[in-house]
Design a protein around this ligand. Structure first.
Ligand code: UDP
Length: 136
C-alpha cells in the first residue's frame, strides 16, 4: 500500500548540517522524495502543525524552537511510508526511546531537540501535507 508522509528536519537538524544525512537515509531505505522545501515557518503555521499538543507544558517552547530557524519539509512516498519513516527517525526521546541506528538514536540527546518529525497516522499525514504543501 503506497502512502505519503510528512518529514521535517527541524531547526536543530538543519543547523547541525544533517539534511544530507537524513535525505540519504530516506533514499537508502527506498522511499521516494516527492516534494522538498526549506523555509522558516511562522508561529501560526507551527501552532497548527502541533495543534494536538496545545495546552501541554512544552507547547510554547516547542513553537519557539520550531520557528527559530529554517526547517526542511518533505513529502515522502512509498509502501507503508508512515511507519517506515518513523522507524528511521526513532522514538521521541533520543536517549530513552530511540535506538542506535535511528536518526534520533544516532544524533539526538534531548526530547525537544530530536532533529526530525514524521506524521503518526494517515489522518495526520493528510492534514500535515496540506498545511506544509497546500499546492501539492
Ligand atoms: N516534545 C517536547 N517535550 C515532550 C514531548 C515532546 O519538547 O515532553 C517535542 C519533541 O520535539 C517532539 C514534539 O514535541 O518531537 C512532538 O511530540 P510527539 O509526542 O508528537 O512526538 P513525535 O511524534 O515527534 O515523536
Amino acid at each position: 500500500m503506497t502512502e505519503r508522509t510528512l518529514v521535517l528536519v527541524k531547526p536543530d537538524g538543519v543547523s547541525r548540517k544533517l539534511i544530507g544525512e537524513v535525505l540519504a537515509r530516506i533514499e537508502r531505505k527506498g522511499l521516494d522524495i516527492v516534494a522538498l522545501e526549506l523555509r522558516t515557518v511562522d508561529r501560526e503555521t507551527a501552532a497548527q502543525h502541533y495543534a494536538e499538543h496545545d495546552g501541554k507544558p512544552f507547547f510554547d517552547s516547542l513553537l519557539e524552537f520550531i520557528t527559530s530557524g529554517p526547517v526542511l519539509s518533505a513529502v515522502v512516498e512509498g509502501p507503508r511510508a508512515i511507519a517506515a519513516w518513523r522507524q528511521l527517525a526513532g522514538g521521541t526521546d533520543p536517549v530513552e526511546k530511540a535506538t542506535p541506528g535511528t536518526i534520533r538514536g544516532d544524533f539526538g540527546l534531548e526530547t525537544q531537540f530530536n532533529l526530525v518529525h514524521g506524521s503518526d497516522s494517515p489522518e495526520s499525514s493528510a492534514r500535515e501535507i496540506k498545511l506544509w504543501f497546500p499546492n501539492l
